[in-house]
Design a protein around this ligand. Structure first.
Ligand SMILES: *[C@@H]1O[C@H](CO)[C@@H](O)[C@H](O)[C@H]1NC(C)=O
Length: 237
């Protein structure tokens, strides 16, 4: 009984910890000259992540899912100075005491400005953010550089996922404390040829294959020695 309780506890704990990280993997797009393509981007004053500032501690507004917004509130960030074609992973971590569902999506600047729904969400966020949420901890880096660079826009959707009898809280959930990080995905195997997700299987099959090779050699020698052994003792019947 105790063991079962312990096991259940471990399983629940593992799930809770897992629920506190959400991530998305993407590749850096081709370089683009921002001021030429979208002078408006800089005016949005989005918080940004780059290799010089890979971690962004901030507070994200969340809302309970509604029919109009089943994924709660949307926030936007700029992923700057990426390397074209390199794989990256954006993660969001938040405390278990603030149960929230997150969805992360990356879009190219062109995709966003060509899709009315995304432009609307982005400008709404920017206006609201500049009025109420521009915190000191958020790193702001002007995109107005003359050199071309690889950039993406990150959309985070946050829906509160708890229930409270407090009506104020149900209508206006508290903002969630999060850490947003962006880091290159390191592929140590075979110069990026083998996807990282397959690496454990590759290692497993290599070990099994080597084991099988030695085992078959051992069995062969054993059969060989048994076969060549003279029968010293005749059968009793
Ligand atoms: C309801 O939640 C709000 C916001 O967190 C808080 O200020 C208020 O004291 C709470 N009310 C009750 C009755 O607990």
């Amino acid at each position: 009984m105790r063991v079962l309780a312990g096991l259940l506890c471990t399983v629940t704990l593992a799930c809770t910890v897992k629920a506190n990280v959400e991530k998305t993997v993407f590749r850096g797009p081709g370089d683009l000259l921002l001021p030429h393509v979208h002078p408006r981007l800089d005016a949005l004053r989005l918080g940004s992540l780059s290799h010089a500032h890979p971690v962004l501690p901030t507070q994200l507004p969340a809302h309970f899912p509604s029919r109009a917004a089943p994924r709660g509130l949307e926030s936007w960030y700029l992923l700057q100075r990426l390397e074209a074609a390199r794989r990256y992973e954006v993660r969001i971590c938040w405390p278990a005491t603030q149960p929230t569902d997150f969805w992360l999506d990356t879009f190219t600047v062109r995709d966003v400005f060509d899709t009315p729904g995304l432009v609307k969400s982005l400008t709404q966020y920017s206006e609201h953010h500049q009025q109420f949420h521009l915190s000191e901890s958020e790193h702001y880096e002007p995109a107005q550089s003359a050199t071309a660079q690889s950039v993406l826009l990150l959309r985070i959707q946050a829906a509160a996922s708890y229930y409270s009898t407090n009506r104020t809280l149900m209508e206006h959930p508290e903002p969630v404390d999060v850490d947003i990080t962006n880091a290159p995905v390191l592929d140590p195997f075979l110069l990026n040829i083998l996807p990282q997700s397959l690496a454990p299987f590759a290692a497993y099959f290599t070990v099994v294959a080597i084991g099988a090779w030695f085992l078959s050699g051992y069995i062969f020698h054993w059969i060989d020695s048994v076969a060549s052994e003279p029968l010293l003792k005749p059968h009793s019947d």
